[in-house]
Structures are given as C-alpha cells and as structure tokens.
Design a protein around this ligand. Sequence first.
Ligand SMILES: Cc1ncc(COP(=O)(O)O)c(C=O)c1O
Length: 469
Amino acid sequence: MTTIGSAPGATLETLAAALERAHRDRTPRSRALYERALRTLPGGSTRTATYYSPYPAYMERGAGCRLTDVDGNVYIDCLGNYTSLVHGHARAELVAALASCGARGTAHGAPVEAEIALAEAIVRRLPSIERLRFTNSGTEAVMGAVRAARAYTGRPKVLKMEGGYHGSYDAAEVSVDPGAAPPTWPAGRPDGAGLSPGLTGEVLIAPFNDLPTTRALVERHRQELAAVIVEPVMGAAGVIPATESFLRGLRAATRDAGVLLIFDEVVTFRLAVGGAQELYGVVPDLTTLGKVIGGGLPIGAFGGRAAIMAAFDARHPEAISHSGTFNGNMGTMTVGRVALELLTGPEIARINALGDRLRAGMQAAADAVGLPARVSGVGSLGHVHPSRARVSDYRSASAAASRRISALLHLGLLTRGVFIAPRGMLALSTAMTDADVDLVIHTFREAAAAVADATNAADVTLHTGGELS
Ligand SMILES: Cc1ncc(COP(=O)(O)O)c(C=O)c1O
C-alpha cells in the first residue's frame, strides 16, 4: 500500500494535488480514453454518476469483487454498479445463463417463458406483488408505478420525499437535491434545467422520517394525491434508513386517506429475501424494483395489488398501453432469475453481516485517525458522511456534506485500490469475504488519516490567519 498524500503538514490543497497526481500517474490510458470521449460525449460522459474529476478510471474487466482498469490497476469493487451487482462481476452461473440464451437470440419481439419464471420468482419473494410488469430500468419502473397509481385513483399528484431519488425523469427529479435553502414543504424544486414547467404543481415534497409533517400533508392533499412514493432506505441522499415508526405511520396515513403507497425498492430489495418491506413488516400497494433482479443486465419492474395492475391488462381495449422494445427480453429475464436463485436468505444474511462489520470498522478507523465522519447504512449498504452529525433526512445529510472532503476520500481510496461512489456510497456483494472487508477498512484508515491530517493542517492555517482555499 502506498501512503499517498499522508506527508506531514499536507494541507487540503496539497493533498488534493498529490492525489490527483497519483491518479494521473496510475491511469494514462484512462486519460487518453477520456480525452477521446470528450470529442463525442458531453463532458466525456454518458452517465453523470460515473464522472469524477479529473477524469474517471476506465474499466477493462470485472471478476468477483475486483475491477481492473485499462492500465491494469486492480480495485476492490465496493459499489457493484451502484448496488446492482449483488453477486459481483462475471459470476460463473450468470455468465453461463447469459451464454445459454445468447445462442438462441436475446430478444424476440414475443413473450418468452423466462419472463414468467422471473415474475414467479419475484412474486414468491414479495407477497405484496400479485402482478407485475418488467421494464428496462428502475426509472421506467417508477414511471409505470406512478401511472398505475394515477389510473387507479383518478387523481393527478404524487408526494415524494425531499432527497428521494427515483431515477431520471421529470416527476422523479423534483427536490432530489434542492440545495441549502429548499422550498417549504410541500413545495419542491425541479433539479436542473429542462424539466416540465408544470411539474411543481404535480409533485409534492415531504420530509423523510418526519411522520407528523408527512401525515399532515397526506391528509391535507388526499383529494388530489394518487400516491406517496418512498425509498425504505434513502439511497442517493446518503443511505439513510427510514425509522420503523415513519414507514408504519406512512402506511396507516395513506390507507386512511385512500392514497396508494409505493415502495421504491430498486436499491433495498437486496436487504432481505422479501426486500425492505419484509424487514420493516410494512406492505405497500405498489413496489418498484430494478438493479439486482437483472443479474447485471438492464432491468426494472413494477407491481402490486392485482386490482391496481389490472390497468395494464391488454385483453381490455381501454387498458394502458405499456411497451418497451426490450421489456422481458430473454437475456435479462434468464440471468435475473438465476441471480435471484443465488440470492438466498443465508447469502443475504452473510453480506448484511459483512456490511455491519465494514461500517463499524470504517467508523472506528475514522474515529481513530480523528476524521469527523459518520458511516451510515444498513445490511450490505453504506455511505460515508464527512461529519459526525446525526443524519436522518436530506437536510441533515446536506448540512453534514462536504463535497471537498468526500472527493478527497474518494480519490484517496481509488488511488489505493478501493472503488466506491464519488459521493461516498458503498455496496457489498456475495463475492466478498471477511478478508476483503478487512482490506477495505485498512485502506480507508489510510485515506482517512491523510484527510484528517490535511484538515488539521488547514485548521492551523486558518487559526493563524491563513487562507483555506
Ligand atoms: C431508489 C432508486 N429508484 C430508481 C432508480 C432508477 O433506476 P435506473 O438507474 O435503473 O433507471 C434508482 C437508481 O439508482 C434508485 O436508486
């Protein structure tokens, strides 16, 4: 292991420069690819989440929980394509499943048995889902669930949580990250340019984990609300679990108001055989899924009570026409089913325990080296917040956030061979062992120590009247 940037007296600025230099030195081929990408992709990127400064490492392959970049650097993958690769990379059974259908064609423009088999596997695990439809992404799953809720209730509006991420489309992109002075609930702020101007009237915003306020909003707007959509554990906002009382109270409030409750389990399904709804003992009306259920291929699904999903029954002329060229394609359906078979209760318990160990180890490491940090999460999911403050919702997470410290931790880990999300998110896989977790904790301690030293040096500079750049 190197000791990049941990020179005594390093400031945040010198640490950032040292880490950037280390990254550039290790990744000349990635840099060349990035420069090539700049000529065809805006900012050189086709997925905002995968970009980080000065340029991302380009991957050449993945095997188990290891990624190898185009320069031959090896990383422990603690992200798994943003939680979707719960079995790591290129697991033999999944490769075989893909190969088995590849030779028969991947998509046929007609139904295949594999879509029934995956639907059956999902329905067995999630009793709240009586009928479901497949899509190609979690975004489309959310679009479908919201459409189903509007069709069933005849009402136009949706209430989502501030900081809740439900994919990349208009109604989902309100108040995901509304900044330091967010509007007063239930008003929201569209995230960025180009969204429909009517959006703020359609989407109401509530504070996560604040039952009295959220319940009052549901009651006040019951005549116009089709659904409340919530992640049982807010992912993008910093892997923040809902309290049991919040989810249970929300279930009761929506039921009383005749408003549908949608659980977005695109990320949290991995937490238990029956997803977070089993963990919390709360039964939603509709659920959205994605990521792990595709076994590494693009997927989404939405489903719930048969009476609600009947809106998509194509035998009826007035049914909602819901299509997608690759919905239910044989490749994804086949690989997804095998991935679910491998995601057994004992395996979930094992990676959840690894996650408990990882979070505790990282927290202890941060505390030991004097880095103010809080490692949040549940089961096989985690997030490093660069502050000791308690994080329970979007506002507390964003008050605790420091893009600069998170970027230094990310680059510090990357240059030492640990791959996490630039914003600090972690997800473990069944490909991992205790030894991998120990190595991640050890490496995190080094990266955190360098940041802590630089932060303290910056404090000294500040207290002596210097500039913190
Ligand atoms: C909770 C949640 N919902 C929906 C989505 C959208 O899924 P996709 O990226 O497959 O469109 C995501 C993606 O990260 C997510 O985290």
